[in-house]
Design a protein around this ligand. Structure first.
Ligand SMILES: O=C(O)COP(=O)(O)O
Ligand SMILES: [Mg+2]
Length: 226
């Protein structure tokens, strides 16, 4: 079996635990020989800069699937879920000490510092009748539409690249990678990943963070999947 492209998470997967880029993982991605899509909860400019600095082609799924770009000079595809997120945020803001991240840059979801339990925010929203999802990536909290995730983003990216979503291998580390693993042809969790993500992964590396990604890419080559 050969996969035609790779979708890979940024924070916790091609970095160290403190978000510094793991150079060896970057080097392996640059030399992979198939398209590499960065799929992240971060904003578009962060994802695009990461792609450029690694030496990749600018294909990125950002804001957990809300903003997708197929190259550096192309117009991004932006979903329209911000209004719903803003309503949820306005409801939560007098009740909790929320610290918003990348406020001016986000187009489709709201990111928060992790000073509150995601489940507390989630149940508060549910009790008030909101259908938004609150996820904890272990780098930030995200208030997002349930209709948008890295899985829907990857399906969209695949169709824009004329590929099937099952042509992708996915590599990731946290809750926001779940749906991407569900739609990709093969999913690899790095060793530091959430137990929940590990439980649905096809393979779990023994190494953590960027070293886990290097291990994952070596394994994919050994299995002749790439
Ligand atoms: O934005 C986050 O919270 C984490 O980003 P990631 O999806 O690249 O791990
Ligand atoms: Mg991550």
């Amino acid at each position: 079996m050969k996969f035609k492209a790779l979708a890979i998470d940024i924070d916790g997967t091609i970095t160290y635990s403190d978000r510094r880029l793991h150079f060896m993982a970057a080097e392996h991605l640059r030399n992979l020989g198939i398209p590499v899509v960065l799929a992240t909860g971060n904003v578009l400019c962060y994802a695009a800069a990461t792609s450029k600095l690694i030496g990749l082609g600018g294909k990125v799924i950002s804001e957990n699937g809300g903003v997708i770009s197929t190259g550096f000079d192309t117009k991004p595809h932006i979903s329209d879920s911000m209004e719903e997120c803003e309503k949820a945020f306005s409801y939560l803001t007098p009740r909790f000490d929320l610290i918003r991240l990348d406020n001016d840059l986000r187009k489709t979801e709201i990111a928060l510092r992790r000073n509150i339990d995601a489940e507390v925010l989630q149940s508060s929203l549910e009790r008030a009748g909101f259908h938004m999802e609150v996820i904890d990536t272990r780098f930030a909290l995200h208030i997002k539409s349930r209709k948008i995730n890295k899985g829907t983003g990857l399906a969209k990216m695949a169709s824009l690249m004329d590929l099937d979503v099952s042509d992708f291998v996915a590599i990731g580390d946290s809750a926001n990678d779940r749906e991407m693993f569900e739609v990709a042809g093969y999913g690899i969790a790095v060793s530091n990943a959430d137990p929940d993500l590990k439980s649905i992964a096809d393979y779990v590396t023994s190494m953590s963070f960027g070293e886990g990604t290097v291990e994952a890419l070596n394994i994919l080559n050994r299995k002749k999947f790439l």
